[in-house]
Design a protein around this ligand. Structure first.
Ligand code: GLN
Length: 237
């Protein structure tokens, strides 16, 4: 049975562990680099990305996390976890923060505003219906949520949503000087996949809908199938 690690430094890791239990999957808490060894996949939960980065640094986790992501095993970042996985994050008040990276996108840390602008909405996610049949809508719980401003060509967009009218206007600044622009599109990307990386700006673990967790576990099965066929090819040559 697949063993799914859940980064348990801060944030909604218990909720992810409970969501995994509901679908009969073993999740294990990860706080130290050596706990990543032997895992089949990893979830990086939502929370507060600056705090999570400080704790990850304290436990010397960044090199091991980067190795895990580049090693090709499935990794899913929700909310702050999405920020962790992005190659570039903007919208920090003070300077930059360390990122794991690997996901070719630019994320705005607090795109939808503060805690007060947290919201829930229906999202249309054709990929969820493609896998399981049934309805393609799912509930998106957005809490001080980030959003994805742009993606590289290898990134598949799974969901976007309208930019809420009450969202405070933001200036996109990387904190690196001149780079300032105002986001003017009326929709914004909130879920993507790039190979072994899945990222959602919202929190499926706070709903009773298990489809996102099953979607992620299917990525795990795909990666096992790939490893198996690579192995049989090399042993037959
Ligand atoms: N915007 C938050 C951050 O910067 C993330 C919020 C969340 O994970 N719910 O970390």
């Amino acid at each position: 049975m697949a063993v799914v690690g859940v980064l348990a430094l801060q944030g909604s890791y218990n909720e992810h562990l409970a969501a995994l239990r509901r679908i009969g999957v073993r999740g294990v808490e990860v706080r130290k680099p050596e706990q990543l060894l032997g895992l089949d996949s990893l979830i990086i939960p939502g929370g507060e990305s600056t705090t999570m980065a400080k704790l990850a640094n304290y436990h010397n986790l960044f090199p091991a996390l980067r190795e895990f992501v580049s090693g090709g095993k499935p990794v899913w970042g929700t909310c702050a976890g999405l920020i962790f996985l992005a190659n570039k994050a903007v919208g920090q008040k003070t300077g930059g923060q360390e990122l794991v990276g690997g996901l070719d996108c630019t994320v705005h840390r607090n795109f939808f505003g503060s805690q007060l602008q947290s919201f829930e909405t229906e999202l249309s996610v054709p990929k969820l219906a493609e896998k399981e049949g049934g309805n393609e809508t799912c509930r998106g719980v957005f809490i001080r949520a980030p959003a994805i401003l742009d993606v590289g060509s290898d990134v598949e967009i799974l969901a976007d949503c309208p930019v809420p009218a009450n969202r405070p206007s933001i200036t996109i600044s990387s904190g690196e000087g001149d780079e300032e622009e105002v986001y003017s599109k009326d929709r914004v990307i909130v879920a993507v996949r790039q190979g072994n990386i899945l990222a959602t700006a919202f929190h499926p673990e706070l709903t009773s809908d298990s489809r996102w967790h099953r979607f992620f576990l299917d990525m795990d099965k795909e990666s096992h199938a790939k490893a198996f066929s690579a192995l049989s090819l090399s042993s037959s040559s």
